[in-house]
Design a protein around this ligand. Structure first.
Ligand code: TXA
Ligand code: MG
Length: 317
């Protein structure tokens, strides 16, 4: 039996006001961002943040991203630095998360940072997310709004399928345009490091900073805590770099191939990123037991897509 009745809110002023009230009384409200739907809670409220972990069934060592309205708000919670200033000016609002030293007086729940001395922050580029941040007027901790280890949601229907009965409300804002999570850059150390490939391509960050960045594929680079390998798993097995599909396999194509579903028939990586999670959800809905995926070029958004696909293909319990 479900614990809560989940209210589906319209993407209008009243819906946003309702969602802000839910956050204000320590509840959980899912909302759209340009990347994926987030599961929001008041980042200062331990009980509310604990509710996120409970609803997702998420291991509690995995810290959360705090969503803020603008760079001015970021300054109240984190210490900015030169690299962070440049990335923020170039890419916020947008699909970029910065890991920064946490200010001593930030007042952020320790459950958000999992006890780390750094905080992951993001200014989202989505009108409804921005309206919610304005109406709530505080820091919103929000991981992707899916049960732990499952595919991230890019529609309200995905959120409902995974978390209905576990959360108080969902703002239905249609389909997320970017479709993969934000790129995470750790700016808290001597050199910036990309912790997670995502919606802003590494090449764009490197062009902005005028320097190459270490990426998670470098063996020496620490990955984001909680980047569990089995994340993003559809129900079926996943075979990558498939140049042909076997009879028993359901093909997830890219480019000019004959496949059950195609991430982008024209070979456009932006379109493929936007379709990725929706198509993984669709493969589940189709009952696909053996999924084979076309090769995806490892550049631009292809790096984020390949990162998620590798996790989808990883061995599971
Ligand atoms: O696009 C996104 O980033 C979405 C939307 C909702 O904003 N959010 C998202 O959150 O993907 P989540 O919780 O699924 O992923 C958060 C990632 C995790 O891999 C976590 O380990 C990392 O951020 N993270 C959070 N705080 C961190 C910190 N202080 N240091 C390093 N990594 C951190
Ligand atoms: Mg997630």
């Amino acid at each position: 039996m479900s614990k809560t009745e989940t209210v589906i809110l319209k993407p209008d002023t009243n819906g946003i006001a309702q969602a802000a009230l839910v956050l204000g009384r320590g509840g959980l409200a899912a909302f759209p961002t340009e990347t994926v739907y987030g599961l929001g809670a008041d980042a200062r409220n331990d009980t509310a943040v604990a509710g996120i972990y409970a609803a997702k069934g998420r291991p509690s060592f995995n810290p959360l991203i705090v969503h803020l309205a603008d760079v001015a708000a970021v300054h109240s919670y984190c210490e900015m630095n030169d690299v962070a200033d440049r990335l923020a000016a170039a890419f916020w609002p947008g699909a970029l998360t910065l890991v920064l030293p946490l200010r001593a007086d930030a007042g952020i729940s320790k459950l958000v940072t999992a006890g780390l001395s750094t905080l992951a922050v993001r200014v989202p580029d989505h009108a409804l997310a921005q309206s919610l941040l304005a109406a709530f007027d505080g820091p919103v901790a929000a991981p992707s709004a899916n049960p732990s280890g499952r595919i991230s949601p890019t529609t309200a229907a995905h959120v409902i399928a995974g978390l209905s009965g576990e959360i108080d409300a969902i703002v239905d804002g249609g389909t997320c345009t970017v479709g993969v999570e934000s790129t995470i850059v750790d700016c808290s150390g001597a050199e910036p490091v990309i912790l997670r490939a995502g919606g802003i391509p590494a090449e764009a960050l490197e062009a902005c900073l005028g320097m190459p960045l270490a990426t998670p594929s470098d063996p020496a680079t620490p990955t984001s805590p909680g980047q569990l390998l089995s994340h993003y798993a559809p129900q079926g097995s996943v075979r990558l770099n498939a140049r042909h599909f076997d009879r028993h396999e359901t093909g997830l194509g890219f480019g000019a191939v004959d496949a059950s579903l195609n991430l982008s028939p024209s070979g456009d990586l932006v379109e493929a990123a936007a379709n990725l999670f929706a198509m993984l959800h669709q493969l589940d809905a189709m009952g696909a037991t053996a999924i084979a995926v076309s090769p995806i070029p490892d550049r631009g958004l292809g790096r984020a897509i390949n990162d998620r696909l590798k996790r989808a293909a990883a061995p599971r319990d």
